[in-house]
Design a protein around this ligand. Sequence first.
Ligand code: ATP
Length: 534
Amino acid sequence: MTAPAAPANADTNQTKSMDDIMALCKRRGFIFQASEIYGGINGFWDYGPLGAQLKKNLRDAWWQDVVMKGAGGQLGPNGKPVSIVPVDSCLIQNPKVWEASGHVGGFNDPMVDCRETKARYRADHLMCMGKKGDKQGQIYAFIEHDDASFDAALKKLSKYVKQELSKDDVDVCAFTGLSAEEIAITVGPGTKEVGTLTAPRAFNLMFKTYVGATASEDDIAYLRPETAQGIFINFKNVVDSTRVALPFGIAQTGKAFRNEVTPRNFTFRSREFEQMEIEFFCHPSETKAWYTFWRDWRMAWWQSIGLKGDNLVLREHDKDELAHYAKEGAGTSDIEYRFPFTAPGFGELEGIADRTDFDLRQHAQHSGAKLEYFDTTRGELAPNGQPKGERYLPHVIEPSAGLDRGVLAILCESYTKDDSRPSPEIMRFHPRIAPIKAAVFPLVNKDGMPEMAAKLTSELRQRFGHLGFIETDAKQSIGKRYARMDEAGCPFCFTIDGDSLTDQTVTVRDRDTGGQERIAMDKVSGFLAEKLGV
Ligand code: ATP
């Protein structure tokens, strides 16, 4: 199969159960099915209190590091600080935007239906298995990209050809390369009959709506399928209204909508999701250097917020995988995470692509606007020794990340089961991302302890409340309260006990080790600031 195998004894996600993770997400209020009380709606998810804050923390971390610090505050390949400015563009734009970007004509997924099971598949998610050596007219078993489907399909094919086939007796190929005749004799996943799959049909992924009261064909508009185009169409506005000079980037976060053929794997493939995108504009001669810069820094960024080890990989695309406009570019790569449902393979978290001048050129042609940039630092030298300037369409490096997929990766990475602990399920969030930053507990709900806990809670909320929850809770045994905080991924619990009343100290319990130490009450705030890196 195509998925790279996990190295032996690596800390992989293969043993984690998605069912356990989803159950914890619901139980503790991270993620709920949208419209749950009405039976749900496929491909849509709501975030509960902890999930909403977790998502905000990840979005804020991206915003601070990408936009405010300018790629983490490091110098770019030109030896200068990296300049990034934000925009916040509309979900609905003039439909001509999506004609120019190619989404109206080309944002199609090839879709295949199974007449027997009524299941719908994205053709590019299916692989086909055929008996080796057979050319035309062979039987294909359809499999999805995982080992279980491979084994099931092998069995089905063996039964059909009445011959025990092993892995070496079959060829695996991409479904999309097959002709209509070959497709007519198919064995779909979960079917009894052969020939149950339809040929692929194009299916446009954009959600349509109408603007205005008449709802005629002329009023059709689309919900944006990506945030990127809102940046390109504002390129000139940003250049004209600010003092940015090339090279610079424009960033935005926000919702995107795609009527995905097969939404699945929890929030991984949703129909409404949030993106965090940067379009970095530079001179065409500098794309290679900026592409490498962004690719490497984005990988380091995901590591810095807690996705470490073998579960995170950077994969450079082969030439034949590239989008048409990217073929001439410096490259395309994906940052991929090994989710429990993709293991041992990986799923895309973020794509980094050299989009050349494709988008600006398209918008310039379709709108008639002049989107070229006049660069006063380039061109031949005038007699006064100053450059005459050069007019050109900038090229663009695009690091495009999914916020919901980022949250999902963090949930999967953080989820730990340790049956030796009284609280076996622990969410080991990086303190910067954790939705609850700290909890303050009176050991018992009397003897002046609740008052001290309330005072400390109030102090911590004033200093850290903008970063996440500071919880306080006096009910149940202290062990149960710690267990609840472990499940919610709270990194530190401060407990006020009998000694606190006399010596003004508290215990700090570390979520990851379960270990406890005593520190002075007036050092708690400084301790937390250091641990949160603020
Ligand atoms: P895929 O191949 O998985 O459909 P894509 O290559 O179409 O993804 P892009 O158009 O590059 O994705 O979008 C950028 C990012 O947006 C992706 O890396 C992913 O994190 C996120 N994303 C895209 N589609 C979805 C979706 N349906 N649900 C959640 N996140 C998504």
